[in-house]
Design a protein around this ligand. Structure first.
Ligand code: PMP
Length: 393
């Protein structure tokens, strides 16, 4: 199998920006102290670096640095948000609302809570992947303590109307959590409309295994810790902080904030180039998600009649990395929940590829990918007349 040379799977993870790596390095060897060591300068230097990163991350989302709780990634942040809020607010109610297109780290957490006796309502989306606001309003009851709706979807890139969702929740005195893993650093974000927000470093050119949960202070959100121990992170998440990773996360957030607009414009142009090219090659293909309310880099494209798994394999053989859906679910043979929620048939869902472009992609790479898709399409047409009728990709 050839090594992939073109990486169009940035929604799965991103390469760490070299500026981020450079910033992290001293924190492995020279400034290696424990940020919780209060007795000496090694600890103070590490604590200063963590404080600085906390401010950089808070600035990306318009928060106060005291509202940032470091975690091991968005999966943990989502677990902490849902389980922590439900546990801390049990006297107020026992009902959780999520959307139909949430990441597995939200849906499976909700399932776990359901097993433990919490009632869960799943709200649908429209054919472009945006939350159905009427259904949301109808789903909220006196027992609802938390609504969890992602900013932007990881498979189709559709961006929800967070301001409208925030108003609905605020008016009904229900807390709102949002999974901003895919949206942070890609589109402007503010915590004004939400009470909790999950973030992850490795989607914004930072290291893997570090993330954050924003927890609002005014009015204060009560949250029960899910990790017992030394009381780090103001008691919300015990465990020695991963200082180099946190420093990297901070610098990645700072670069994302500084370069957000330029990156978005460039990545969006590449995506347009890719989609126009695919349309010319495969006129029966169609793009999923919202035409305007979407992330700059994600293109979910359905090639009717094709087997997406085979297409991914054929593209990989040509050195091109794409995915069928989210990395977490692409190992299963089940059609994507998200695509089904948008109303795609099972067959079309299984014929869908996700191209996700990022900071380090180029127009030349898009041309290369289009050439390979063109070749594969041509060989498929040749193959159409074969006795077994099997497509080549
Ligand atoms: N939420 C969304 C929307 C994601 O795309 C991902 C990563 N695939 C996660 C949560 C999980 O993030 P992490 O890998 O940091 O646990």
């Amino acid at each position: 199998m050839s090594h992939s040379q073109v990486y169009f799977d940035n929604a799965s993870t991103t390469a760490v920006d070299r500026r981020v790596v450079a910033a992290m390095l001293p924190y492995f060897t020279t400034t290696f102290g424990n940020a919780a060591s209060r007795a000496h300068s090694f600890g103070w230097a590490a604590a200063d670096a963590v404080d600085n990163a906390r401010q950089q991350i808070a600035a990306l989302i318009g928060a106060d640095s005291r509202e940032i709780v470091f975690t091991s990634g968005a999966t943990e942040s989502n677990n902490l948000a849902l389980k922590g809020v439900v546990a801390a607010n049990s006297s107020r109610g026992n009902h959780l609302v999520i959307s139909a297109t949430e990441h597995q780290s939200v849906t499976d957490t909700a399932r776990a809570l359901e097993t433990a006796g919490v009632s869960v309502t799943t709200v649908g989306v429209d054919s472009q992947g945006r939350l159905d606001l009427d259904q949301l309003v109808a789903s909220i009851t006196d027992a609802t303590v938390l609504v969890s709706v992602m900013v932007a979807n990881n498979e189709v890139g559709t961006v929800n109307d967070l301001a409208a969702i925030g108003t609905i929740c605020r008016d009904r005195h229900v807390l709102l959590h949002t999974d901003a893993t895919q949206a942070a650093g890609k589109i402007p974000l503010s915590v004004a409309d939400v009470d909790l927000m999950s973030l992850s470093a490795h989607k914004i050119y930072g290291p893997k295994g570090v993330g954050a949960l924003y927890v609002k202070r005014e009015p204060r959100v009560s949250l029960t810790a899910q990790m017992d121990g030394g009381g780090h992170e103001r008691g919300m998440r015990s465990g020695t902080l991963n200082v180099p990773a946190i420093v990297g996360f901070g610098v990645a957030a700072q670069i994302a904030a500084d370069e957000l607009k330029a990156d978005a414009i460039r990545v969006n142009l590449l995506r347009d180039q890719l989609i126009e090219g695919i349309r010319a090659i495969a006129p029966d293909s169609f793009v999923n998600g919202h035409a305007h309310h979407r992330l700059p880099g994600i293109a979910s494209v359905t090639f009717p009649g094709q087997d997406a798994g085979r297409m991914v394999g054929a593209l990989n053989d040509h050195g091109i990395a794409v995915s069928t859906g989210s990395a977490c679910s692409s190992s299963t043979l089940e059609p994507s929940r998200t695509l089904l929620a948008l109303g795609l048939s099972e067959a079309d869902a299984k014929s869908t590829l996700r191209f996700s472009l990022g900071r380090f992609n180029t127009a030349a790479e898009v041309e290369l990918v289009l050439n390979v898709i063109g070749e594969l399409t041509a060989s498929r047409q040749c193959a159409a007349g074969r006795a077994d009728g099997e497509a080549l990709w």
